[in-house]
Design a protein. Structure first.
Length: 77
């Protein structure tokens, strides 16, 4: 909105600046991660759900890919 107002001059007023009480994002930089044992148990349960489910979650765990990235993969058989 600032770019549209100042740089591009597409709008005269930035409506975001009119908000009285702007929400403040919490900065929680601490992450919770699974232990190796928790990952192992999770993948065992995924295996019970089927080969495709296991492959999906194994890719996520081993590569760090996000859900949308994995869903966008094309599989050749």
């Amino acid at each position: 909105m600032k770019v549209a107002t100042i740089n591009e001059r597409l709008i005269n007023v930035n409506p975001a600046e009119l908000v009285v009480e702007k929400p403040v994002a919490e900065k929680n930089l601490e992450m919770e991660v699974w232990s190796q044992e928790e990952v192992r148990k999770f993948l065992l349960v995924a295996r019970e759900a089927g080969v495709q489910t296991e492959a999906f979650y194994r890719l996520a765990v081993e590569t760090g890919m996000r859900r949308g990235e994995i869903c966008g993969l094309k599989w050749e058989m």
